[in-house]
Design a protein around this ligand. Structure first.
Ligand code: CP
Ligand code: NVA
Length: 330
C-alpha cells in the first residue's frame, strides 16, 4: 500500500508505526543514493520552512539547511536571541503567525510541550529537532546507520551506556523497540529510563520480535552487543553543578577498550555527537582542570577506532531529515 505522511508532524517516534518508520528509512537511503550520484531532487521548490533553535546545534541545523536546499526549499533560521518567541509573544501566537507564512517548522528547545503546542497551533508539520525529552530525528539516523552497517535491524543488539534517560536514549529506545531491535539501557539506577516509557517500549518491542532490558552491570550490558552507543553525561539545559555527581555516577560506564572487547568482534560504536573524547574543547578543558578527566563518555581510542561509525552517522542526519521533510511536505 502506498504510504502517505503528508501534513504529519514528527514530535516523537511514539506517534509513528514501524511501517511508517520503514518507509522513512527506505526514503532516506534513496535520497542518499541520489545525492551520491549527483541527481538533483528539488521536489519541494516553492515551499518555505523555518528553523527555531532555542539551544545550540551543528548537525541538526546544518542537516535541515542542506536537506532544505537540496529539496529546493527556502529556509529561515531563527535563534532564541533573534525572535520574539516566548519573550514578547506566546508560543501559541508565534505558531499561528509562522503557520501562516511557512509550510513546515523545525523546533529545538527545552520542553516537549512547546513542540506539541507549535504543532497544535500552527496547522503545518512541525519537526522535533531535540527537546529535553526526545530527539527523534537523531534516532532515525541512528537506525539508518545500524542498518547500513549490518544490512538489517530486526534481531540486532544495541546497548546504550551512560545517561540512559536523556533525549537521545529515550528516542533510540523507542526506535529500536519499533524496529524489532534488542535494546539494552546500561546505566546507574538513577539514570535508567523512566518506568512508564520502558513499559511502552517493552510492549512495542515484543510485537516486533525485539526486547528492552535495563541493567546497571557494564559487563552484562555490553556483552555481545552489535552496536554500543553513548552520549554526553550532561545535556544542554542541565545546570553546570551536576557535572561532579554525573562524573562520579557515569565514569564506570565510559565506552573504552574493555567495553569494546566485551562486545561482538564487529561491534560498531555510535554517538549522536558532539562528544567529549579529548580535551580539544573549552568544556573538555574545563572538566580536565576541575576533575582531571582527559576523556569522558568515550575514550579517544574508541572514538577513532575501526569500530567507530560516528561520522557516517552524522552524515545520515541529513539524509533522514530530508526524507522526513519530503514525506511530510509532499
Ligand atoms: N546530534 C546532534 O543533534 O547534534 P547537534 O547538537 O550539533 O545538532
Ligand atoms: N543529550 C544531548 C544531545 C545533543 C545532541 C543534549 O541534549 O545535549
Amino acid at each position: 500500500m502506498p504510504m502517505s505522511l503528508s501534513g504529519r508532524s514528527f514530535l516523537t517516534l511514539l506517534d509513528y508505526t514501524p511501517e511508517e518508520m520503514r518507509y522513512l528509512l527506505d526514503l532516506s537511503t534513496e535520497f542518499k543514493r541520489l545525492k551520491r550520484n549527483g541527481v538533483l531532487h528539488r521536489h519541494l521548490t516553492g515551499k518555505n520552512i523555518v528553523l527555531l533553535f532555542e539551544k545550540t546545534s551543528t548537525r541538526t541545523r546544518c542537516s535541515f539547511e542542506v536537506a532544505g536546499a537540496d529539496l529546493g526549499l527556502s529556509v529561515t533560521y531563527l535563534d532564541a536571541a533573534s525572535s520574539q518567541m516566548g519573550k514578547k509573544e506566546s508560543i501559541a501566537d508565534t505558531a499561528r503567525v509562522l503557520g501562516g507564512l511557512y509550510d513546515g517548522i523545525e523546533y529545538r528547545g527545552f520542553r516537549q510541550e512547546t513542540v506539541e503546542l507549535l504543532a497544535e497551533q500552527s496547522g503545518v508539520p512541525v519537526w522535533n529537532g531535540l527537546t529535553d525529552e526526545f530527539h527523534p530525528t537523531q534516532a532515525l539516523a541512528d537506525l539508518m546507520t545500524i542498518e547500513e552497517q549490518f544490512g538489517r535491524l530486526k534481531g540486532m543488539h544495541v546497548t546504550y551506556m551512560g545517561d540512559a534517560r536523556n533525549n537521545v536514549a529515550n528516542s533510540l529506545m523507542i526506535g529500536c523497540a519499533k524496529m524489532g531491535v534488542h535494546f539494552t539501557a546500561c546505566a546507574p539506577k538513577d539514570l535508567l529510563p523512566a518506568a512508564g516509557l520502558v513499559k511502552r517500549c517493552e510492549e512495542m518491542a515484543a510485537q516486533q520480535g525485539g526486547s528492552v532490558r535495563l541493567t546497571e552491570d557494564v559487563d552484562e550490558g555490553g556483552k555481545n552487543a552489535d552496536a554500543l552507543y553513548t552520549d554526553v553525561w550532561v545535556s544542554m539545559g542541565e545546570p553546570e553543578q551536576v557535572w561532579e555527581t554525573r562524573i562520579k555516577l557515569l565514569k564506570p560506564y565510559q565506552v573504552n577498550r574493555a567495553v569494546i572487547d566485551n562486545a561482538n568482534d564487529d561491534v560498531i560504536f555510535l554517538h549522536c555527537l558532539p562528544s567529549f573524547h579529548d580535551r580539544n574543547t573549552s568544556i573538555g578543558e574545563d572538566i580536565y582542570a576541575k576533575f582531571g578527566l582527559e576523556e569522558m563518555e568515550v575514550t579517544d581510542e574508541v572514538f577513532g577506532s575501526r569500530h567507530s561509525k560516528v561520522f557516517e552517522q552524522a552524515e545520515n542526519r541529513m539524509h533522514t531529515i530530508k526524507a522526513l521533510m519530503y514525506a511530510t511536505l509532499s
